[in-house]
Design a protein around this ligand. Structure first.
Ligand SMILES: *Cc1c(COP(=O)(O)O)cnc(C)c1O
Length: 399
């Protein structure tokens, strides 16, 4: 390993808690789809900080928004109105099913807010024992106690008992089980339209429609966790637009702040009005800096033609990936939509991830199931070709 990296890791291991299985590198600079580590080695970034830097690194609109706002004011708290927060809420309302927005700082916080809101709404409109939250097996909703309980994977829950009560799980795309688990006690059904951390598993439109219908029948709210797949990642502004199914609550985070932490919960007026002053809050939530950047990000993604272009390049990438999957006979179909794509492998992808990294391409392997590709939404055809060339070489060497 290189000297600077080695020294840095030794310092890090002394003082930073050991909660991540980190790769032995540090990224210190980025421009567009390219990043550089502390040794000066260059990489194509098809991870984008976990679907966060969707406009690529150091996008001029993001840089300008941060610089300008930093010179005005960074933080004021929600004791006062925040004009940038209002402006970002207006943009989200204009482009979605929602009427009202609550701002926080992360995906887990947005989901935590959604769970709290759904329970309070159910109690107010129905009964005290309507509190169950139905989620999917293999889902991912965050790491707070409530959201890791919502997460239908026991590996995230071990050691943290007792977990909050009232969470039930249904296998993905299983219509019969969904119907069976649905009851008057269910306050909300919470889903990722495409499971991201679980291994890139898209939900079938039929399943989403069934969830919508059952929620309507039982007076439950439908929550879409679009923390990863929202904001253009699938080639539509929101993943739910691929179906004819709109949720009652939607959560966003990752890409919204262009790398500045922000989360948002979006909902209809009828549901939003359940929360009264004091019912939920966040010190940092929707602060002037985060929401200034959020506005800049929204403006770029909603520019005319932006998403059409994303779809074209994403289609091109998916076809090329499928060709490689066929060439190396991994026997698999590339999953996903737009620029969240998964290449399922029947054994660990660690070697592929490492091989790609050595050759200058960053990707990751999720859920122990699939290589995941999350390039910047504005990645070029040339950069896609570059990534494909590297993958071809890596598979030729180690598959
Ligand atoms: C990343 C992610 C979260 C958690 O977001 P944090 O900002 O890490 O709290 C929740 N849901 C989904 C679908 C995610 O991909």
């Amino acid at each position: 390993m290189f000297e600077k990296t080695h020294a840095m890791i030794q310092r890090g291991q002394e003082v930073v808690m050991n909660t991540y299985g980190r790769l032995p590198m540090a990224i210190v600079k980025g421009k567009g789809s390219i990043v550089w580590d502390i040794e000066g080695k260059q990489y194509l970034d098809f991870v984008t900080g976990l679907a966060v830097s969707s406009l690529g690194h150091s996008h001029p609109a993001v840089v300008e928004a941060i610089q300008k706002q930093a010179e005005e004011i960074v933080h004021t708290s929600n004791l006062y109105w925040i004009p940038n927060q209002i402006a970002l809420a207006e943009k989200l309302v204009e482009h979605s099913f929602a009427d009202k927005i609550f701002f926080c700082n992360s995906g887990a916080e947005a989901n935590e807010a959604a769970i709290k809101l759904a329970r309070k709404y159910a109690k107010e409109h129905y009964s005290e024992d309507k509190y169950e939250i139905l989620t999917l097996v293999n889902s991912f909703h965050g790491r707070t106690l409530a959201t890791l309980t919502a997460t239908g994977q026991t590996k995230y829950q071990e050691g943290y008992a007792p977990l909050p009560e009232g969470f039930t799980y249904v296998p993905i795309n299983d219509l019969a089980q969904l119907e069976e688990k649905m009851s008057p006690k269910v306050a909300a059904v919470m889903l990722e339209p495409i499971q991201g951390e679980g291994g890139v598993f898209p939900l079938e439109v039929e399943f989403l429609a069934k969830a919508r219908k059952l929620c309507d029948d039982y007076g439950a709210l439908l929550i879409f966790d679009e923390v990863q797949v929202g904001l253009g990642r699938t080639g539509k502004l929101f993943a739910y637009e691929w179906s004819n199914v709109a949720p009652d609550i939607m959560t966003l985070a990752k890409a919204l702040g262009g790398g500045v932490p922000i989360g948002a919960m979006l909902t209809k007026e009828e549901v939003a009005s359940t929360f009264k002053p004091g019912d939920h809050a966040s010190t940092f939530g929707g602060n002037p800096l985060a929401t200034a950047v959020g506005c800049a990000v929204m403006d770029v993604i909603t520019e005319e033609g932006f998403l059409e272009d994303v779809l074209k390049r994403a289609q091109y990438f998916k076809l090329k990936l499928q060709k490689l999957a066929d060439k190396y006979q991994t026997g698999t179909e590339i999953r996903g939509q737009g620029f969240i794509l998964g290449w399922p492998l029947d054994r660990s992808g660690a070697e592929i991830v490492e091989g790609a990294r050595e050759k200058g391409l960053l990707i990751n392997f999720v859920g122990g199931k699939a290589l995941r590709f999350l390039p910047p939404l504005n990645v070029s055809y040339q950069e896609i070709d570059g990534a494909i060339t590297i993958l071809d070489q890596v598979f030729a060497e180690c598959w």
